[in-house]
Design a protein around this ligand. Structure first.
Ligand SMILES: Cc1ncc(COP(=O)(O)O)c(C=O)c1O
Length: 500
């Protein structure tokens, strides 16, 4: 089987795949020679030292190339006898060798079902990392710098160290320990009469919404949504084919329930998605009258109310407002919560409380999609709740965000009060502001971005996608100093527009 390699000389073409590390370039050249037949199956390769000398590279580079080729199945080594081209060459997937920059898109043969378009504007679905020195006034982002990092790290360490079994399969409904801790928290702070078994832990509220979209909404159903609202929820709830979204106006009391009643009378809706605690994006707290009206309508007409209580912890003025779900005696409300605001969005922990048939179907759908959550995180979070660490954190962040709201409102009124009007929200993490005509939001947004300040124009939340003079300015994630800088830059951006 051994054939001398004879006059074979490895040629590395200059400029060829220079982005690749040296050892991969060598490996690729050898593989190409093997494929083209310049190196026959069974041919013996020079020793690593010899090839290294010929190529003027370090011997370890050649060894790495040989190792790579062995893993790929191009080479066989016989101890003490040398390295040989494999007698049966592997099927080569040429693309594996291409640097990312040279990959061309293949011609599309597969078509996806229509209806899945990921928004291309980063402001529509913000995520980090942001460009350096950028100040993001994105509504709803918590300040993760305030987290008790040591306690969090300790809880993770304990979850991992004591319990290797946590890396195995677990309960698709979520770890019992976390469900018990959350159920207790929901009973005490939100007036929900829930037990651990009533909860389904999800990866963020987004998954809970998507599960509801699958198990509650049927193809062709109508789903009512807030006409200024949260796009990711609209999308998740209308994944089924032919689902029609029905936008319902919101005003200073929240969702206009009479409009929902009228839409339902025209053609029944299957569900309505609402954010009653702090309406997203307008920040309005739904009035008591509207709450009663909505629950009564849902009970009478037997449609579902999907309540997204995403920032329940952050209410500063007046009495805490309990969720609709706490007053739901008709079994119509599916309640969705998250730890994305109270702890951190990157942990991806949310939950669903829903009447049993819906919750059980959601459990089955969750299993199909993702089997189970992250057990280690779930245990670590349970520990933080059990020993009161999370409650202390919430206490602290509530005070901090309250102070930040007041500072932001003051500074914004001082510097841009002549161009912006807004109500001070009772809670939450953002302001909803209206700009004067002299300050077109689109141009202001672009000018501010050039100065390193990002915010979300109201257009992003508008069902019909039309331009609007509103914007959402999140204040919670920036400390007072950062807020002042951001507002100064917003002022400069506005002044630059006025000077044009
Ligand atoms: C209205 C609304 N619902 C839910 C969420 C939280 O989503 P998740 O729990 O998937 O992080 C957010 C966060 O931005 C939100 O604004």
């Amino acid at each position: 089987m051994t054939r001398p390699v004879g006059a074979w000389r490895l040629q590395l073409r200059a400029g060829d795949a220079v982005e690749l590390p040296e050892f991969l370039r060598i490996a690729r050249a050898i593989a190409e020679d093997a494929r083209s037949g310049r190196l026959a199956p069974g041919a013996r390769l020079p020793g690593s030292r010899e090839l290294a000398d010929t190529l003027g590279v370090h011997r370890n580079t050649v060894l790495a190339a040989y190792r790579e080729l062995s893993v790929e199945g191009f080479l066989e080594t016989a101890r003490g006898r040398g390295t040989f081209i494999a007698s049966a060459l592997p099927e080569v997937k040429a693309k594996r060798w291409l640097p990312a920059s040279s990959q061309r898109p293949t011609r599309a043969r597969l078509a996806a079902r229509p209806g899945f378009d990921f928004p291309s504007t980063p402001a529509a679905i913000p995520f980090s990392p942001l460009p350096p020195r950028t100040l993001a006034l994105y509504g709803g982002l918590p300040d993760t710098r305030l987290l008790p990092h040591d306690a969090l790290a300790r809880a993770y360490r304990r979850a991992l160290r004591g319990r290797v079994d946590l890396l195995g399969y677990g309960d698709p409904q979520g770890e019992l320990r976390l469900r018990e801790a959350l159920a207790q928290m929901l009973r005490v702070t939100r007036g929900l009469s829930v037990r651990a078994d009533d909860l389904l832990i999800t990866r963020g509220s987004q998954m809970a919404l998507a599960l509801l979209g699958r198990v509650l909404i049927r193809p062709g159903d109508r789903v009512a949504v807030e006409a200024y609202g949260y796009q990711p929820a609209w999308r998740a709830l209308s994944e089924q084919q032919g689902v029609q979204r029905v936008p319902i106006a919101v005003d200073a009391e929240g969702l206009v329930v009479s409009e929902l009643a009228a839409a339902h009378a025209e053609r029944p809706v299957r569900a309505v998605y609402v954010t009653p605690h702090h309406q997203y994006p307008t920040t309005v707290t739904m009035s008591a009258a509207r709450r009663m009206e909505l629950l009564a309508l849902a009970r009478r007409e037997r449609f579902a109310v999907i309540e997204d209580d995403y920032d329940h912890e952050f209410h500063y003025d007046g009495r805490p407002v309990l969720p609709l779900a706490s007053a739901d005696d008709g079994g119509n409300v599916a309640y969705v919560g998250t730890l994305s605001k109270s702890v951190a969005p990157g942990l991806r922990v949310g939950y669903l409380v829903a009447p049993e048939p819906v919750r059980k179907a959601a459990l089955a759908a969750r299993f199909d999609l993702d089997r189970q959550g992250d057990r280690v995180s779930e245990h670590a979070l349970a520990e933080l709740i059990e020993d009161g660490e999370l409650q202390r954190h919430l206490w602290r962040t509530r005070r901090v965000y309250h102070a930040r709201r007041d500072h932001f409102v003051r500074a914004l009124r001082e510097q841009l009060g002549h161009q912006l009007t807004f109500e001070t929200p009772q809670g939450g993490m953002a302001l909803w502001v209206r700009a004067a005509r002299s300050l077109p939001i689109g141009a202001w947004h672009a000018e501010a971005a050039r100065r390193g300040v990002l915010f979300q124009p109201g257009q992003l939340f508008r069902y019909d996608g039309r331009e609007t003079q509103y914007a959402r300015l999140g204040y919670a994630a920036l400390d007072e100093g950062e807020q002042s800088t951001a507002i100064a830059r917003l002022g400069e951006a506005a002044a630059a527009l006025a000077g044009r």
